[in-house]
Design a protein around this ligand. Sequence first.
Ligand SMILES: [Zn+2]
Length: 405
Amino acid sequence: MQFRIQNMTIQSFDWYNPTKLIVKHDASAEIVDYLVQDNIASVMLVYGRSSAKRIGVYDAVVNALKMKNIRIFELPNIRPNPQIERVIEGINICRLHNIQAMLPLGGGSCFDTAKGIAIGALFPHDVPAETIWNCYERTLVPKSALPIYGVMTCSGTGSGMNHASVMQDDKQKKKFAFGSSVVFPKVSIIDPKLQASLPWYVQVGGFVDAFMHICENLTNMEDPEEAETTYAIDISLCRSIIKAGDKLLKDPNDHVARANFIWADICAIDQLSAIAMKGGDIGVHMLQHAMTAVNPNIQHGAGIGVAFLAFIKVNGERGLRKATYDRMAKEIFGREGWQGLYDGFKEVLVRWGHPTTLDELFGRKMTEEDRAELLRVFNMNSITCNHYPDRKMPQELAIEAYRVI
Ligand SMILES: [Zn+2]
């Protein structure tokens, strides 16, 4: 999800992204060169359950760190849909050992966790680590953070080159996010080859998530010509992601297609795709966040696909965003109207083997109570776009969205 400046126009906007991005084969260990360059003497490695070790990134980076005598602290087993408890744990370790930098090795979950820790590690000593949740509630504005140097092994969230962190509190059933320029990674390295061994379902989750980060801009525009250049970039990114996904479906070792997807994913959410797009509409992300908050095993990208179908349908049937949907349908899928956009997107999901209904997503028949629970959780944070009063998605749309899929 994105955090965009709402009042930017094509005649008056700013774009800031200080991250150095390196896309290169066999380059993971090079991250250590940048730590040395910045005189970093200790790091916290943040990684997931198994893939960093299985694909060899962990060993490559740890060996390089040892060669340079950089002290290593570890926060392993970060799950998809990461938890605030792990951020708090990481903050306490960083404070205890005066760790100087964060080093996530993984996908968006590891980067997002590292971003939360990076901020909390610099809280004044009398402020408890738990206070970090206030950043996600947006009642506390982050002031500073430890530098972040990362190796991104899974693309989709764009977290390697953006300023957002999304975090979950299972107890409160909240999945909240913040954006702050203090957490842009300093350097991110992505090795396209490493993503070939990811499970296909995980890869598709990334394709769909990146696709949605772009569509969130497109669907918010009533008159695309107001930001024609951004609009044209975004349409091209959408087409490029579908093309790359189809090629990777046939051959996961097509490293050219992979690198094209990786670049599209980064452009999708480094704010380039958002310039003068009126802050975007994050309705689909918020509908999805409720699904994961209810069941943390629901994959973000899979939920996004289902939520987008619902979103197109409830808006389309009401005649909302007609011109935009029609143009997206024509330029991305060669079809017409909201139905063309819906059908085109659904065909892609089916082709890639992703769910298209809530029943498929949750793996059981969803009851009225299940849908009511999703709505209740959604209503804890229903701010989506500037089309609506208070920026909150109208209840009737949200109710309907959890019903039509
Ligand atoms: Zn997302």
